[in-house]
Design a protein around this ligand. Sequence first.
Ligand SMILES: [Zn+2]
Length: 495
Amino acid sequence: MGDNRRVALIRQSKKREGSESPEIQNDRIGGHMDQRGQVRVATVYEIGVPGDIERDGLEEAVRMVETGQAGGIVVAFFDRLGREELGIYQTLYRLEQAGGVIEFVDSPTLDPATEAGRILIAIQAAMAKAQRMKITNNWRISRERADLAGKYIGPTPYGYKRVDGKLVPTELAQYVKAIFQMRADEKTWAEINQWLTANAPAPKQKPNGPRVAWVVPTIKGIVANVGYLGHTHRKGKIVYRDAHEALVSLTLWESAQSAKGVRSTSGESWLLSGKVKCQGCRRNARPRSSGAGHKAYACKKFHASGTCTNPAFAVASQLEDIVVAALFEWHDSVFEGLQDLVDLDALAEVVAETRTVLRQLVMAQATSRFPEEFAEGIAEAEARAVGAERDLAQAKASITSGLGVPRVFRLRDMWEELTMQERREALSGLIDCIVIEGHKGGPVSERCVILWKGQAAAFAPWPVRGQKSEMVSLPWPLEVEVGLAAAEDAQERVV
Ligand SMILES: [Zn+2]
């Protein structure tokens, strides 16, 4: 196996109590190394060092890998590596060039050696940049954007026609609703078939072909089609949500699925476990399955410290749809803003400037009667010019050959390819938690607020699992003013 010698990198931007203390980071790293039989060759501490400046400690750790003193670096959490996107890429690029690895104890899927890992790293790095850019909390779903993306894939489903690639309901839509309703009422396939044959125009196999007879497989196909929920999909996997008008409600669709003989095409159970908080008591709204297979996130109401007066409840699929759509929206907007992120022109300008300064000093020295007085200045200017050239070269390398991460990509295009663990990782990197208000107040979309990374700290203290704490509700509506600008020192992990 490979080189198992590791440098531990520990960073804390400001001295304070909390879960990110150097001791905790050290413990996490120690456990990680023990488990893997790794040898710690050095521990580099950066205390009082923000993530977005020149980092002597990080430089030292990377050098150790480059000079063959270690096989890699271990960091407790991704954000301990840094908060400057280009810097993160350069570090990873240098490690890759040196044949070294980097391991994040808390996020094993952030592995630059895998494709999914590189994508997740790109998301995290973009998040770091977004925090610096003070991008605001604008997560509302842009309907137009979904519409643009919502061209239907595959044959036109019964009850719809195509207009500019998108599905539009026809007068046959009523029969689709009837099919779902009968199925939800536990009618057999044969009964439904009989009814349709007597009452509904038969389906066509081809858009302009003749009508064929109703048969059970066609009906089963209709009931299993998530397209009737308004989503476009590829073989049952949802590609775009809310792409066209739905013919059936989610409740009706789900009750039709739960009748025997239909396999659900949704595989997204418990995407948000541990991330959903109850507005009434600040505690986790936990995953809950009903006997009928309906899934929800719910506050359990009776807690060791007391009773929640407004227990949160949200149908899992509805909440997950909202959060995922917001995640895509956020991701698109951030990545649009990041297109000019690595500003090669600006770096090239710095190179030109430093060269000009150097040239002027050298010329001045040549004509001066006291050339020795220029020596120090010239040495400094030379170092600056060399540094600027290195920055430019590294930026170019990190963009072109470096990690092979597309500079701009659409999370929604790759979402279906990610595993559940990777999706949870992507969410964890971007979202502190989702707060749900009790269920008396209307649709989930109006009762949930996403607290993006760094925003939850503004509503501290959060209850810690296993510790008694008072039942204090969160203010409602939850006014999130801080945006993503919450500074690093304000950030606290939500346990
Ligand atoms: Zn509660």
